[in-house]
Ligand binder design. Structure first.
Ligand code: UDP
Length: 499
């Protein structure tokens, strides 16, 4: 059988890179030759991840970024550093300028298909130029994909007269309620912003793609997987949870491509000395930022909850010595036995899977949400931006394995507005009492389910997994690469895009 060659093109952000690397490894384990396309800044973490284990042979090709003519300052090499509208606009230009060198690589290496992050919408044109399939990766849940699409179709936020009036999104399997302040402004606005334009291109490229790869598993959100396929008409595959399919060693998987800011000895012995299910783990992903006032409230709220906690504070890349004037007076002294603060990158996956962790306070980025679900940990949901408010609903309304802290405002940077009392109340609600016990039981059931999904042996994507999915409402019982392979051998003059 001729070996297929795939290009994997992750977006320039940790949360997008991590699952796409895991996906490349999954495809490689299924017999596909894989090549990652990335930029100089991400080359090192990618190489580190790829060399963690022997026997995995994945190529890496580098495209210069940023292109000098984009106007983007040289140090802005990842979306995490984009914090103004001007930088966003330059970043967008720099991303668009990757098209030409990307197509040179496609021309030179002639891959059989492309797996592209959603934020490179032009890769759908590149794929069409070379008449090869393009699979799109959004890096989110099926639920979020469905809510996003129905939100655009129906624009229910137009029917409310104030920010405090809630609305439901029509035509979904559940009644999911939102405020318009929880929706990305670019999605609400009539006039077009740079980000609004990009989202529009993403949606168009999505519709023109060969298929959609989703880092989720069917059993987790069957109603939304089916809805996405049958109502919204997408050819999609649930091939997650990808990190459970990753055969890397625990250390490597746990770090998710970045060096941990805390010694394993320190956090492990700290957690080892705690009772099972007794510690709060609070971490808000790789991109969020809070005002000092909000950090202050989180600190007081964690203290008032009376629970032990591990709290990850993101370090601003350019502000090594940032003055920590957010701290409540005497906070660290009082909390020296109750709280472990990690400044910088935490080994999240490993911490979440420690038996002492009893609740995850999360921003509902999809990777974190899925990691929390697979660790069987109840959640306090604190969405901030992107599609995080949609993912929150999966946890609070559908799975019922968490409670919301009640954030009402979509904001990428400088988030604030949640009082300390809301933090302590939500934490106690999922940690203490009868309701908490029920939530914990449900959360643990999902952990079992996730593990069953990928087989007992994490690291081996079971050959028969896709066959099992026959029960799902899909015509596609083939692993995506196998399907492309089959079509390639049957292909006459027709284009893949029309198959
Ligand atoms: N992560 C981590 N340590 C940290 C912060 C984040 O390992 O200190 C990992 C986390 O486990 C997840 C990813 O980074 O895999 C963040 O992705 P997510 O989609 O949750 O959020 P984003 O950062 O994209 O907003």
């Amino acid at each position: 059988m001729v070996q297929l060659h795939a290009f994997f093109f992750p977006f320039l952000a940790q949360g997008h890179l991590i699952p796409l690397l895991e996906m490349a490894k999954l495809f490689t384990s299924r017999g596909v030759k894989s090549t990652i396309i990335s930029t100089p800044f991400f080359a090192e973490p990618i190489k580190e991840k790829l060399t963690q284990e022997s026997g995995i042979d994945i190529g890496l090709k580098i495209i210069k970024f940023p292109h000098p003519e984009s106007g983007l300052p040289d140090h802005v090499v990842s979306v995490e550093l984009v914090n103004t509208d001007e930088l966003f606009s330059q970043f967008g230009k720099a991303i668009a300028m990757m098209q030409e060198p990307f197509e040179e690589l496609v021309h030179g290496f002639k891959p059989d298909f492309i797996v592209s992050d959603m934020f490179f919408p032009w890769t759908v044109d590149s794929a069409a130029k070379f008449d090869i399939p393009r699979l799109i990766f959004h890096g989110t849940s099926c639920l979020a994909l469905c809510v996003g699409e129905q939100m655009q179709r129906h624009k229910p936020f137009k029917n409310v007269s104030s920010d405090s009036e809630s609305f439901f999104v029509p035509d979904l399997p559940h009644r999911l309620e939102f405020l318009r302040t929880q929706i990305c402004v670019a999605d609400l606005e009539e006039h077009e912003s740079d980000f609004g334009r990009l989202l529009k291109q993403v949606r168009e490229s999505d519709r023109r793609s060969y298929g959609v790869l989703v880092n989720s598993f069917y059993e987790l959100e069957p109603a939304y997987s089916d809805h996405y396929r049958t109502v919204l008409g997408r050819r999609s595959w649930n091939i997650g949870p990808l990190f459970l399919c990753d055969s890397g060693n625990n250390e490597g998987r746990g770090h998710r491509g970045k060096k941990s800011a805390v010694d394993a000895d320190k956090w492990k012995s700290w957690l080892d000395s705690r009772e099972p299910d007794s510690v709060v783990y609070a971490c808000f992903g790789s991109m969020t930022s809070f005002t000092h006032a909000q950090l202050h409230e989180i600190g007081i709220g964690l203290e008032a909850s009376g629970q032990d906690f591990v709290w990850v504070l993101r370090k601003c890349e350019n502000k090594e010595d940032e003055i920590e004037d957010w701290r409540p007076e005497g906070f660290e002294e009082r909390m020296k036995d109750k709280g472990l603060i990690i400044r910088g990158w935490a080994p999240q996956l490993m911490i979440l899977n420690h038996p002492a962790i009893g609740v995850f306070v999360t921003h509902c980025g999809w990777n974190s949400t899925l990691e929390g679900i697979c660790a069987g940990v109840p959640m306090v949901t604190w969405p901030l931006f992107a599609e995080q408010f949609f993912n929150e609903k999966l946890v609070t309304d559908v799975l019922k394995t968490g409670v919301s802290v009640g954030n009402k405002i979509w904001r990428k940077a400088g988030s604030e507005g949640v009082a300390s009392a809301a933090v302590s109340t939500a934490v106690r609600q999922v940690m203490v009492g009868e309701e908490a016990e029920e939530i914990r039981c449900r959360a643990k059931e999902w952990k079992e389910m996730a593990r069953k999904t990928v087989g007992e042996e994490a690291g081996i994507f079971p050959a028969d997994r896709i066959q099992q999915q026959k029960s799902e409402k899909t015509a596609d019982m083939y692993f995506p690469a196998d399907r492309i392979h089959q079509q390639k051998s049957e292909k006459a003059a027709d284009s893949y895009l029309h198959l």
